[in-house]
Design a protein around this ligand. Structure first.
Ligand SMILES: [Zn+2]
Ligand SMILES: [Zn+2]
Length: 344
């Protein structure tokens, strides 16, 4: 006998995708389920039930065999086998620690949609952030020079801001999708987007994505200039290291971390604790240095898929271990305080 399930087929498919993503499964496995959820979302439930009854569910474009089984079981009011298996495998807590700090977070300042190199539409990112209990999510798609990640031209970013307005109009005001960018720090420390557009954003994360092996003195100058830029609110994944994962590993950039963190502290720029398991950036020694220098922090998921928004607990665990108090973490702040800080 299967367990009863009353969430319906769309919720079952979305939960499967979410669970796969937070479990760090390959995104190609996830695509089918997200595609099927999107395909049946606009259909009336009795039409989906009728398609299950007469065996034509896979005739709906976007619904493949494994999604069809999930839909059939959910329509019959049974917990889909695939969902039950995934809940057993990936549904539990991601990290043993970090819980109290995670519960103190009100939002996430670093996330990507399919406008750049993320896997899902921005509204799906917003819905999942709501489900995770956030009051706000900053969408921070990439900037123009990062062409491998489909960085947004000024025109595309301007269009995205209109879409974000439209999404927020459909929400009740309890949650806000905030306008942001992960802007590349160029070789000379300047930021890779037009000033007039940076001015229109709520929060700006600045990150190094190119010439990571630049010599330490030049890299220090570059990063200090970027964090002192009045538009910069958060220094993203400061070393750029990769410690695990399918992109391989690489050592972090070399720079005078004390000088960079002192510049952050002086200019009120938060140092990001990047929660992605393959980044764990900054490394512990640098995290403790930033703590001792007096920096603010932002614990970010850097999610490229909705389920990855749940990665934040990894960063919370590290911040707790480093003894960083909640009030120094800007995304524990209410939205109003956050926006005043970011645009003060
Ligand atoms: Zn980045
Ligand atoms: Zn990012």
């Amino acid at each position: 006998m299967s367990e009863p399930y009353d969430g319906g087929p769309v919720a079952a498919l979305r939960r499967i995708a979410f669970t796969l993503e937070r479990g760090r499964e390959d995104t190609y496995k996830v695509k089918a389920f997200r595609g099927a959820a999107a395909a049946i979302l606009p259909l009336p439930p009795d039409q989906v039930a009728a398609a299950v009854a007469d065996g034509t569910i896979t005739a709906i474009p976007g619904v493949g065999a494994s999604s069809a089984t999930v839909i059939e079981q959910a329509v019959r009011g049974e917990l889909p086998d695939r969902l039950a298996a995934l809940e057993r495998e990936h549904g539990g807590p991601l990290a043993p620690g970090g819980g109290p700090l995670r519960r103190a977070l009100r939002g996430d300042l670093h996330s990507h949609s399919d406008w750049s190199d993320g896997g899902s539409p921005l509204e799906e990112m917003a819905f999942t952030a709501i489900e995770l209990g956030h009051d706000y999510l900053v969408l921070t798609d990439h900037s123009p020079r990062l062409t491998v990640a489909r960085g947004l031209s000024p025109e595309r970013l301007a269009r995205q801001l209109d879409v974000i307005d439209a999404v927020n109009e459909h929400l009740d005001g309890g949650f806000t999708l905030l306008k942001g960018i992960e802007v590349d720090i160029l070789d000379d420390g300047s930021l890779d987007q037009e000033v007039a557009l940076l001015d229109r954003l709520d929060v700006r994360v600045a990150s190094v994505h190119s010439k990571l092996k630049m010599d330490a003195a030049d890299m220090t100058k570059r990063m200090v200039a970027a964090v002192r830029n009045s538009h910069t609110n958060v220094l993203g994944h400061c070393t750029g290291r990769l410690v695990t994962g399918n992109r391989g590993t690489r050592p972090g950039s070399q720079f005078d971390a004390r000088a960079v963190f002192e510049a952050c502290a002086e200019s009120d720029t938060a140092v990001e604790i990047n929660s992605r398991p393959e980044r764990r950036d900054p490394p512990t020694k640098l995290l403790e240095l930033a703590r001792d220098v007096g920096c603010l922090f932002s614990i970010d998921s850097d999610a490229h898929a909705p389920g990855q928004l749940d990665f934040q607990v990894y960063g919370c665990e590290r911040a707790e271990a480093a003894g960083i108090e909640a009030d120094r973490i800007v995304n524990t702040w209410p939205r109003k305080r956050l926006l005043e800080w970011a645009n003060g």
